[in-house]
Design a protein around this ligand. Structure first.
Ligand code: TTP
Ligand code: CA
Length: 357
């Protein structure tokens, strides 16, 4: 008899990350509605909310909302500009705790990481490790996080979002489909307002509707529909990228609304470039391959990669290739998500100086 190895995947997401870092540094902010983002200028400011503390969320304030609207909802809030270096430092501290576990890890944004815990041998052991991680992160950084554990990345990610803040949600393999069924389709990463509307017009509101709607999904989205159906069942073959050290460094951004605007796409790509390069520099890695991923409206995803001849850590190389690959992937369709990955990584040689010479 062959026994298939079932994977155990953990997803960790920091709670109201930027706001929590600020509140950690200024205890007088505890319990107050704290909003990080553009200057509200007494209600006339332009720009958006980066994030809001859970107290501020009670007023209806959330990420990506115009700051003027946030001010109208919560004029008594404490508005602070973002301090990215501090958030990057906090992120590195959290990553160090996660990496010290020795399990394969993949950081997917400034405050989110997957770990592959299959080698722990079972959900009980994975739960013990998750509780340990939560308390270590809290002890070292003063910050709380929410964790989801499940048989795939998609289940782990939805589970970490299920109970927030300071949550821990564990969904073993056989419970995954039933756990997902009552949740709204929007909970599936990558389903934005537009797909949500399209699904709603086909009478599909919950993930359970998708589970029993393969025919309709195939009719509407073709191959993308089959991918969506699998995700709805919690099936997601994508691996946690890192084994030992990182095998790749990747970041991706899902747009609030699908876009075809070249400027928006280029500006978002620039953020991803700075983000992956920062991690590359922190790890003192060099890379050979740059891959750009684009998910179009309708769930079709394409990637394009280019490798250079010699290992490098040069941000200009990343920038040139990333923008060129993105341009190659632009089509008539709007875009829901773009991602950037550096791979073929070379670890720093022992004794290598920080200058790399
Ligand atoms: P999120 O993990 O989406 O949000 P969060 O950590 O603030 O809150 P939650 O407890 O719900 O996870 O994003 C992480 C950080 O990224 C967030 O603190 C600020 C930043 N961010 C933006 O700057 N703009 C955005 O639109 C979003 C969604 C996040
Ligand atoms: Ca978060």
């Amino acid at each position: 008899m062959t026994v298939e190895t079932k994977r155990i995947i953990l997803h960790l997401d920091m709670d109201s990350f930027y706001a929590s870092v600020e509140m950690q540094r200024r205890p007088d902010l505890a319990g107050k509605p704290v909003i990080i983002g553009a200057d509200p200028k007494g209600g006339t400011g332009r720009g958006v909310v980066a994030t809001a503390s859970y107290e501020a969320r009670k007023y209806g304030v959330h990420s990506a909302m115009p700051i003027s609207k946030a001010y109208a909802l919560c004029p008594g809030g404490i508005y602070l500009p973002p301090d990215f270096p501090r958030y990057a430092a906090a992120s590195s501290e959290v990553m160090a705790v996660l990496r010290a576990t020795g399990f394969p890890s993949e950081q997917v944004s400034i405050d989110e990481t997957f770990l592959d815990l299959t080698a722990t041998g079972g959900y009980r052991q994975a739960e013990t490790l998750a509780r340990d991680l939560k308390s270590k992160i809290r002890a070292q950084t003063g910050l709380t996080c929410s964790i989801g554990i499940g048989p795939s990345k998609v289940v782990a990610k939805i589970a970490s979002d299920y109970r927030k803040p300071d949550g821990l949600t564990i969904i073993p393999d056989q419970e995954a489909a039933a756990f997902l069924a009552p949740l709204p389709v929007r909970k599936i990463p990558g389903i934005g307002p537009k797909t949500e509307k399209e699904l709603e017009s086909a009478g599909m509101r919950t993930i359970g509707d998708l589970q029993s709607g393969l025919e309709v999904l195939l009719g509407r989205f073709g191959k993308g529909g089959a991918a969506l159906h699998s995700l709805a069942l919690g099936i997601d073959g994508s691996e946690v990228a890192g084994r030992g050290g990182p095998r790749s460094i990747s970041r991706e951004t899902t747009f609030e609304q699908d876009t075809g605007d070249p400027e928006t796409l280029a500006a978002t790509m620039e953020e991803l470039i700075l983000d992956v390069h920062r991690t590359l520099a922190e790890e003192k890695y060099r890379f050979r391959t740059v891959t750009v991923k684009v998910r179009y409206t309708g769930f079709i995803t394409k990637t394009k990669a280019h490798s250079v001849q010699h290992y490098t850590d040069d941000i200009r190389t990343i920038r040139t290739l990333a923008h060129a690959l993105l341009r190659d992937l632009l089509a008539d369709r709007k875009i829901r998500l773009i991602g950037l990955r550096l791979s073929d990584l070379e670890a720093p040689a022992r004794g290598q100086t920080t200058l790399g010479i």
